[in-house]
Ligand binder design. Structure first.
Ligand code: NAD
Ligand code: WQD
Length: 343
């Protein structure tokens, strides 16, 4: 069975391609390479010993999608393609809505015409409204504070409307859509061949730590130590990207085994880790000192959030297996073997 993976050359997509191939699926990647290189897919083939079919194209290109669906028997689609930088989304809202929202609409329209109705969507914990109650469960209030988060919530709402329409139209083949809400993906495949390859100075914590460790960056700025958390620094739900990738395979398998409707599911570990805890785990596991300093809070940050993983276990039989030591070990191994990413 062939799975179309949009954005499959990217960080999470490439790791998901590995796990799809390992699970016996065939993989077809559509990616416009706006934030990735085909080298990641070449290395996916090395890791798995299996071929990846790749087309360079944009998910907003109807003719490209029509051609793919006409030429290939696609069983399901995993939709990673999109822009993901919160700060950039505030500077370029139209670009984010065009890419993330319009791209998802075009994809769903062409899927519907091709009678392909199984879809996994890359959502984000950023769709949750700030909450003093933790862990976050899928039924908790939604609300966003930036165009990136708004684009994810809009697509979730659009897909939930498809479920309503299916019931009104009594469609013979209803949609089956899994909205996977990722918390904080980190780490890399244990081979060190694929990993996170951010453009420019990383926004996210783990790649920043890794680049300090390798000497590309001088020191880590820790954004605030006065939060009401275990040690004053921000607490997040970090999840190994390989666990995250396996969650996508489980979602596809659940839909193939009869899961229908539109289901929002957290992909998180169910526990929180502070910035200092992650830094100290990195130092201890890799025997490397990370130079850091405490600075002021980053605008838009919240103190603490992490996700309940109960629904994921119940609905798609998934839970995390890799701990924080694997996260920091694999992050460092990838970075040390690839100081300049896929260059
Ligand atoms: P990434 O940038 O590494 O991967 C996205 C891929 O999509 C890239 O290869 C890029 O070239 C491609 N792409 C972008 N726009 C496209 C378009 N219009 N048509 C075709 N290809 C396009 O990002 P990632 O970290 O792998 O994230 C994948 C998805 O998961 C994104 O939708 C992101 O919003 C979501 N997500 C990421 C995180 C995270 O922390 N990394 C957390 C939550 C959700
Ligand atoms: C984690 C913690 C920072 C960098 C973001 C997006 C979210 C999702 C995941 C897409 C926080 C602290 C960070 C640094 C620091 N992406 N930090 N120094 O902000 O939880 O989530 O990525 O969907 O939408 O918002 O991740 O890695 O940026 O920050 O102290 O140089 O590390 O304050 O507490 P975040 P992050």
């Amino acid at each position: 069975m062939k799975i179309l993976v949009t954005g499959g050359a990217g960080y999470i997509g490439s790791h998901t391609c590995v796990e799809l191939l390992n699970a016996g699926f065939d993989v077809f990647v559509l990616d416009n390479l706006s934030n990735s290189k085909t080298e990641s897919l070449r290395r996916v083939e090395i890791i798995t010993g299996k071929p990846v079919t790749f087309v360079q194209g944009d998910v907003r290109d109807r003719e490209c999608l029509k051609a793919i669906f006409k030429a290939h028997e696609i069983t399901a689609v995993i939709h990673f393609a999109g822009l993901k930088a919160v700060g950039e989304s505030c500077e370029q809202p139209l670009n984010y809505y065009d890419n993330n929202v319009y791209g998802s609409i075009v994809l769903a329209q062409e899927m519907e015409k091709a009678n392909i109705k199984k879809l996994v969507f890359s959502s984000s914990a950023t769709v949750y409204k700030e909450s003093a109650v933790q862990p976050l469960t899928e039924d908790m209030p939604l609300g966003t504070t930036n165009p990136y988060g708004a684009s994810k919530l809009m697509v979730e709402d659009i897909f939930r409307d498809l479920e309503v329409a299916d019931k009104l139209n009594n469609h013979s083949l209803p949609w089956s859509i899994t909205l996977l809400r990722y918390f904080n993906p980190v780490g890399a495949h244990e081979s060190g061949l694929i990993g996170e390859d951010p453009n420019g100075v990383p926004n996210n914590l783990m790649p920043f730590i890794s680049q300090v460790a390798i000497g590309k960056l001088g020191q880590l700025s820790i954004f605030g130590d006065d939060y009401p958390t275990i040690d004053g620094t921000g607490v997040r739900d970090y999840i190994h990207v390989v666990d995250l990738a396996k969650g996508h395979v489980k979602a596809v398998q659940a839909m193939l085994n009869g899961l229908t409707g539109v289901n929002a599911i957290n992909l998180g570990s169910g526990q929180g880790l502070s910035v200092l805890q992650l830094v100290e785990a990195f130092e201890s596991e890799n025997n490397i000192a990370i130079k850091r300093k405490i600075v002021g809070r980053r605008a838009g940050d919240i103190a603490e959030y992490f996700g309940s993983a109960k629904k994921a276990k119940k609905l798609i039989n998934w839970q995390t297996e890799l701990d924080v030591n694997a996260m920091v070990r694999d992050s460092w191994y990838w970075q040390s073997k690839n100081p300049n990413g896929y260059e």
